[in-house]
Every structure is written in structure tokens, then in C-alpha cells.
Design a protein around this ligand. Structure first.
Ligand code: G6P
Length: 372
């Protein structure tokens, strides 16, 4: 087993380090000589894809958060409404699904029973189902109309890491492909976005190389009993994922919030010393999101929170309000989740390790939940 871990202390640590390669492999071989996206394994008629008027992403756990991230990108690029729903809720809610609905099922294992049942339910109502799956030949792709494999390689640790990055990458490829097919974007815009995506593995590598500070911070916080996570826009699902990782691995009560929601309730949780992670959007982004989150940080700090901030290189403004700061390389706003989640994964793993817990096999959890 030591050899399989490639010299790392755990499969999870190895899989975190595999992430640049996982993203590279998800992107591999997906454009032609002219730079146009080609998704060969996508066996749904182009005419059907052009007619799609709604996308519903179904998944569970970390895969659902990947879908949540993808919603922001696909709606922005394709102008198609995207809903994201937990598979077990979708299945029993009498959802509105028809031939013009594209259901996107995201699953690392391809065996999650809740997701599989939702796939069957969607197809019974006439929807096309495209699955984004890591495990070749698993059940969900066999029962889907089309599959986009993530090619991240086997993921052993129960808590998902590299699968998450590759699921976002694959969903982005799908979004760009739909934009290309439906003419929502000029070819050179798509090429530019693809080039940015291809540059992400190098940046993910940089985040991993800078991880010593987040590791040390995690070790110093092994007594923490509740941790909050805030984000906006694509940083919101990143916050949810950061909280999930901490629950799964370190058995700490952790919760993620949309930062805009703070004043509607969660701010009541803030008292002296409360650790709060904040995922800060790029100061170069649109919509003033950066200044909004800077004021959120000031609000919680005024109430005693200890702020652990994930920010883009060069963000001098937020530096003043951070108790701890974890820097990530600059990237287009929609691509930031691929970087921002990495320190959160490492934090959870390291804190759990400091508590003497088994990060590959957390209590009560299974890698693949094949019962309803
Ligand atoms: C289990 C795992 C999670 C995973 C979820 C969905 O709960 O512990 O890490 O995110 O299932 O699994 P899937 O294989 O469908 O992505």
C-alpha cells in the first residue's frame, strides 16, 4: 500500500498532488487541429443539443458542488437555464423534464444509487442524459445517452479531491462545446477560454507547492470545534465544498454560506475567535463582487471573527483585513474554483491528520454509496 501511495502519507495527499495531471487528462484530446472543441464520446445528435432549453445537473456530495460551480459558467456562456439538484431530491419531486431537457449526471464512481435512480427517472420522461463520470464502464454511463469521461485516474480516498477538479473541467468543456454548437460565442473567444483552462494545471501545481502555510495553520487549529466558510458567485460552492471536506475528514461542525446571506442569519454565529474561511473573488472581476466580500470580511471581523482568507496574488486591499491569507495565482473568475478549493482540501486533510484521524477512510462514510 505504501508503494501505491507513491511516497505520500495517504491516498488523499497523493490525489491532491495528482490534481494538475487530472485536469490535464480531462482536457486531453478534446480539440481538433483548428482548435475547435470535439467531444467524440458525446453521442447525442447536434440537432438535439441545439434545441436544449434547460439543463438540470443531478449529483450527490462533492459532485453536486462541481455542478453548482458549472451552473455559473454554463449559464454565462450558453444562456441556457441550469438547475442543480441533489439526485435524491430530484427523483422524488416530480420535476419538469421533457425532450428539450438535458440532464447532466455527475459522478466520480458512476455507481451512486441515488444518481442512477435519478438518471432512470429523467430518461423515462424523455430527457437526454449526459453523464460526467470518472470510472470507465460503470453503471451510470451505461445507462446514459452520452458520457464525458473525466479521465482523472482511480480515486481511492473516500473524500473526493481530484475528481472534483476534473468534474468542473469536464462540465466547462461541455459548456464551451454547447456555446460553440449554438453560436453563443465567437470561435476565438472559445479558443481563448480553452487556453486559460489549459493553463490551470500549472497554477494548481503552484497552489500545491505553496501549501506549507495552510498545513501549519491547520495543525495549529486541531482544537477548533466549528468553522465557517464564506464565498460568493463560484466561490459559494467552493465554500460549501470546503465545509464538507472538514466535516468528512475532521468531524468538525463546518458550514458554508453565500457571503451575501450573512446578514440574513449566519452572522449571528460569529463570536470572538470564530474561524471563518473566506474565498475572495478576483479584484479584477466584474460586478463589484470583490468590494462586497471585503465589506463582509470587515463585518465579521468587527464581531471578533478570525478570518482565513483565500485571495488572488496581488490583492493588496484584502490583505489588510485577513488574519491569515493563503495566496492563489490569478485566473479568470470562472476558473478560480479550481485553485481556491485546493487550500481547503489541504486544510481539512492536515487538521484531520493532526487529530490522529484516518483521512482515507473517515468513519461512517463509503467511497461509493450503492444503496438508496
Ligand atoms: C459519497 C462519497 C463522496 C462523493 C459522493 C458522490 O458520499 O463519500 O465523496 O462525493 O458519494 O459520489 P460519486 O461517485 O457519485 O461522485
Amino acid at each position: 500500500a505504501a508503494a501505491e501511495k507513491g511516497g505520500f502519507a495517504s491516498f488523499m495527499d497523493k490525489e491532491i498532488h495528482d490534481q494538475p495531471q487530472a485536469v490535464t487528462d480531462t482536457l486531453l484530446g478534446r480539440s481538433d487541429a483548428q482548435g475547435r472543441l470535439v467531444l467524440d464520446d458525446l453521442r447525442i445528435d447536434e440537432s438535439v443539443l441545439r434545441a436544449v432549453d434547460k439543463i438540470i445537473v443531478i449529483a450527490c456530495g462533492t459532485a453536486a458542488y462541481a455542478g453548482h460551480v458549472a451552473k455559473y459558467a454554463i449559464e454565462h456562456w450558453c444562456r441556457i437555464p441550469v438547475e442543480v439538484e441533489l439526485a435524491h431530491e430530484f427523483r422524488y419531486r416530480d420535476p419538469i423534464v421533457n425532450e428539450k431537457t438535458l440532464v447532466v449526471a455527475i459522478s466520480q464512481s458512476g455507481e451512486t444509487m441515488d444518481t442512477l435512480m435519478a438518471v432512470r427517472h429523467a430518461r423515462e420522461q424523455g430527457a437526454k442524459v449526459l453523464s460526467i463520470v470518472n470510472t470507465n464502464g460503470s453503471t451510470i454511463p451505461r445507462e446514459s445517452d452520452a458520457v464525458l469521461y473525466t479521465h482523472a485516474g482511480p480515486e481511492i480516498a473516500v473524500a473526493s479531491t481530484k475528481a472534483f477538479l476534473s468534474q468542473i473541467t469536464a462540465a466547462y468543456l461541455l459548456g464551451l462545446y454547447l456555446a460553440q454548437l449554438r453560436g453563443n460565442k465567437f470561435p476565438d473567444e472559445i479558443t481563448a477560454l480553452l487556453d486559460e483552462l489549459r493553463d490551470m494545471p500549472r497554477k494548481v501545481q503552484t497552489v500545491i507547492e505553496r501549501s506549507e502555510y495552510v498545513r501549519a495553520t491547520a495543525r495549529s487549529m486541531s482544537e477548533a470545534d466549528k468553522v465557517l466558510f464564506l464565498g460568493r458567485h463560484v466561490g459559494f460552492p467552493v465554500a460549501l465544498e470546503g465545509a464538507l471536506k472538514l466535516k468528512e475528514l475532521a468531524y468538525i461542525h463546518a458550514e458554508g454560506f453565500a457571503a451575501g446571506e450573512l446578514k440574513h442569519g449566519p452572522i449571528a454565529l460569529i463570536d470572538a475567535g470564530q474561524p471563518v474561511f473566506v474565498v475572495v473573488p478576483s479584484p479584477r472581476g466584474r460586478d463589484h463582487l470583490h468590494s462586497k466580500i471585503v465589506s463582509n470580511i470587515q463585518e465579521i471581523r468587527a464581531r471578533g471573527a478570525r478570518t482565513l482568507v483565500i485571495a488572488e496574488d496581488g490583492d493588496d486591499e484584502v490583505r489588510r483585513y485577513a488574519d491569515e491569507i493563503f495566496w492563489i495565482p490569478r485566473a479568470p473568475s470562472l476558473l478560480q474554483p479550481l485553485l481556491a478549493v485546493v487550500p481547503l482540501q489541504i486544510f481539512a486533510m492536515e487538521l484531520a491528520t493532526a487529530k490522529g484521524l484516518d483521512v482515507d477512510q473517515p468513519r461512517n462514510l463509503a467511497k461509493s454509496v450503492t444503496v438508496e
